[in-house]
Design a binder for this molecule. Structure first.
Ligand SMILES: Nc1nc2c(c(=O)[nH]1)N[C@H]1C(S)=C(S)[C@@H](COP(=O)(O)O)O[C@H]1N2
Ligand SMILES: [Mo]
Length: 153
């Protein structure tokens, strides 16, 4: 996705654009609800943009960064996302836990990557971000930074 372009959409519109919804349980044993494939959605989204006026350049992403309503954030290498899905409904109703949408990463290195209440998906082409998924709260302050901040005051 071009670096400086943002789009707003809804869980249902994303599910429709992806072209195929399925039970989350098909990929995450024991999980509930309906989902669609993240990378399949991304392909359809990219194709729909290519058809729209204007110049769009797409590099294959190297990473996805997902940001949640509670400022939890994960950055995940693209190759860990091959089986990943976005849960958008449970029995046709909006999510009560994880609303508006929840990421599941069955091939990821950690269950911590199953980010709830995703509000932003950022598709990034930057190999320098490395091969390891990272996650945590944005407002966490490293002890080293905290002591620096205290000293400067
Ligand atoms: N928005 C958000 N998503 C999150 C977290 C969080 O704190 N906030 N925790 C993660 C971690 S560390 C784990 S282990 C799983 C826990 O998922 P569960 O609530 O379904 O057990 O959610 C992940 N997704
Ligand atoms: Mo976790």
């Amino acid at each position: 996705m071009p670096n400086d372009v943002t789009f707003t959409t809804t869980p249902l519109a994303m599910a429709e654009l992806s072209g195929e919804a399925f039970p989350v349980e098909a990929r995450v044993p024991g999980a509930v609800g309906e989902g669609f494939d993240l990378r399949q959605w991304y392909s359809a989204f990219r194709d729909s943009l290519m058809e729209s006026p204007g110049e769009h350049h797409f590099e294959t992403p190297t990473h996805l960064t997902v940001r949640a309503a509670d400022e939890f954030q994960a950055t995940i290498p693209w190759n860990q996302l091959s089986g990943s899905l976005l849960q958008y409904a449970i029995e046709g109703q909006p999510l009560s836990k994880g609303y508006p949408i929840r990421l599941y990463v069955p091939d990821g290195t950690s269950a911590c990557l199953n980010v709830k209440s995703v509000t932003t998906l950022r598709f990034i082409a930057d190999a320098a971000l490395g091969d390891e998924a990272i996650y945590g709260f944005l407002n966490e302050i490293a002890p080293s930074q905290l002591s620096k901040g205290l000293k400067s005051r």
